[in-house]
Design a protein around this ligand. Structure first.
Ligand code: SME
Length: 167
C-alpha cells in the first residue's frame, strides 16, 4: 500500500475517533484534553499538541493566549501576546498557519530544539476567535493537506462545543 494512502486511512480513523469524542465528552475541558491526547499518541508525527485559549480579562494590558491542555514537553510559552509567534499570527488573523520549516520563520517562538514544523488552527465560537489548536512536529513539513483538514476539524468541533455552553 502506498505511504500516502496508508496515511489517509490513518487520518480518517483518527477523524472518526475525534467525532466519537465530541459525542461522548461531558464538558469542553474533557473534549479538549481527550483531543490533544489522541492526536499526540496516534503516531502521526504530532510530537506536541495543545490548546491555547484567548484570555480577554480586563486586568490584561492586551488579549493573551493562555496555554491550556497539552501533551508533549513543557513549553516556556505558556502566555503568548497576539503580536508574537506563529500562535499570535493564527489568532490575530483568524487563519490557519502551517510552517514547514520553523527555523526559517522569523515569527517562530521555540518550544523545543527538536521541533521542525508546526500548524496552528484558530478555534471560533460565535464567529470570534476564542483559542487555537497548536501542533508541533519533529519532522519537517509534517502537515500536509489531510493533516490540515484533520486539525481544522478538531478545532471546529471544539468551537461548536463551546458554542453550546450558555454564556
Ligand atoms: N511555536 C509557537 C509557540 C508555542 S510552542 O510551540 C508550544 C509559536 O511560534 O507561536
Amino acid at each position: 500500500m502506498p505511504a500516502t494512502s496508508h496515511k489517509q486511512e490513518k487520518l480518517g480513523e483518527v477523524k472518526n475517533e475525534v467525532d466519537d469524542l465530541a459525542r461522548s465528552a461531558g464538558s469542553a475541558d474533557e473534549l479538549i484534553r481527550r483531543i490533544v491526547k489522541l492526536l499526540h499518541e496516534q503516531k502521526l508525527k504530532y510530537n506536541w499538541a495543545g490548546f491555547y485559549m484567548l484570555e480577554k480579562s480586563p486586568a490584561e494590558q492586551s488579549p493573551m493566549l493562555v496555554l491550556g491542555a497539552f501533551q508533549g514537553a513543557m513549553t516556556p510559552h505558556s502566555r503568548i501576546p497576539l503580536n508574537q509567534g506563529i500562535c499570535g499570527a493564527a489568532a490575530s488573523t483568524g487563519k490557519t498557519v502551517v510552517v514547514d520549516d520553523v527555523n526559517k520563520d522569523p515569527r517562530y517562538l521555540a518550544c523545543s530544539i527538536e521541533t521542525k514544523s508546526e500548524i496552528v488552527v484558530p478555534v471560533f465560537a460565535h464567529d470570534e476567535v476564542v483559542g487555537e489548536l497548536d501542533i508541533d512536529s519533529h519532522f519537517p513539513a509534517a502537515f500536509g493537506h489531510e493533516d490540515r483538514q484533520l486539525v481544522e476539524h478538531c478545532a471546529e468541533l471544539v468551537g461548536k462545543y463551546l458554542e453550546k455552553i450558555p454564556g
